[in-house]
Unconditional design. Structure first.
Length: 91
């Protein structure tokens, strides 16, 4: 089982070229694993599950923050998809 620290606090490092390669590789891997439509559907499912939990009701401020995060992440996935498509096309 992974701990949150393995994901939350790990940042890539290296030269600008290494970071560029890392970003392009991760974009490619992400969209090969989760095509755009699947990505957006899974993101929506995640937000739904956080709102419809039976164990506790989210306070309004926390709910508003989750909605804002969802909207930004949704847009980031769309932008990443465009960048990924550009990386696939020959230049």
């Amino acid at each position: 089982m992974y701990t949150p620290d393995q994901f939350l606090h790990k940042r890539p490092s290296g030269t600008k070229a290494e970071l560029n390669t890392f970003a392009k590789t991760k974009l490619k891997e992400f969209f090969e694993t989760y095509p755009l439509d699947d990505s957006l559907e899974y993101l929506w499912r995640m937000i739904q599950q956080s709102f419809y939990t039976k164990s506790r009701i989210l306070p309004n401020a926390e709910r508003a923050n989750l909605i804002a995060f969802y909207e930004y992440l949704h847009t980031m996935i769309l932008a990443a998809s465009i960048t990924n498509d550009e990386l696939k096309s020959p230049t």
